[in-house]
Design a protein around this ligand. Structure first.
Ligand code: TYD
Length: 202
């Protein structure tokens, strides 16, 4: 224990909004401020996280994927709680909002309006409520161009799909009291806004 209180900070957003870069920059900034930081992400690199990636590659049912992402999160949350109890800052690149937004977009076809509430419901006993969630928004076509530079696209990275994912994310903002930061501008400006959103917890 370092005598300081931990805080759980989550970055969400469609692919190509700069979450990984921004979470690394946030971690560096917090370390400079003397905080102990754990930088983590979902899907995890544990076997449940690898199972999720495999389910995606093998084109399994979106219901199966939803349950796998949620199972991965269940075990991950236990680690997160331990880090918080140790007074650490935990920065998580994606959390339950990703399942609600992404699998919601896939399940809307078969489940319609029931999809999002069901995903929120199955996640509610699994999660620890973040102190703050920053949703990075972007023009879906621009985000696509950014991921396009990274090589082969997964089915989650198509522009029409990402547009629906972002709409789903936006539906969660008021309910879960998220901060929205537009990530279309230059990275240093976006970073300043993200810092402003989280600084009360550092
Ligand atoms: P991503 O953060 O892009 O991981 P990596 O950089 O290691 O590839 O996550 C992989 C994909 O998984 C991404 O397109 C979003 C998707 N995803 C979901 O569909 N649901 C979820 O619950 C999570 C955590 C991710």
């Amino acid at each position: 224990m370092n005598g300081k209180k931990g805080a759980f900070i989550v970055l969400e957003g469609i692919d190509g909004t700069g979450k990984s870069t921004l979470s690394r920059e946030l971690a560096d900034w917090m370390r400079e401020m003397g905080r102990e930081v754990v930088l983590t992400a979902e899907p995890t690199k544990d076997w449940l996280g690898l199972a999720v990636r495999r389910a995606n590659e093998e084109g399994l049912d979106p219901l199966t994927e939803s349950l796998l992402f949620t199972a991965d999160r269940c075990e991950h949350t236990k680690q997160i709680v331990q880090w918080l109890d140790q007074g650490k800052m935990v920065i998580c690149d994606r959390y339950f909002g990703s399942t609600v937004a992404y699998q919601g977009a896939a399940l809307q076809e078969s489940m319609g309006e029931e999809a999002l509430p069901w995903l929120v419901l199955i996640n509610s006993p699994v999660i620890r409520r973040p102190h703050i969630t920053v949703l990075l928004t972007s023009d879906a076509d621009l985000a696509m161009k950014r991921v396009g530079d990274r090589g082969a696209l997964s089915k989650f990275e198509r522009s029409d799909y990402l547009k629906r994912v972002q709409e789903n994310y936006l539906m969660l903002v008021d309910r879960f009291d998220w901060r929205v930061v537009d990530s279309n501008g230059p990275l240093p400006e976006v970073f300043e806004q993200v810092k402003r959103a989280v600084q009360a917890y550092v």
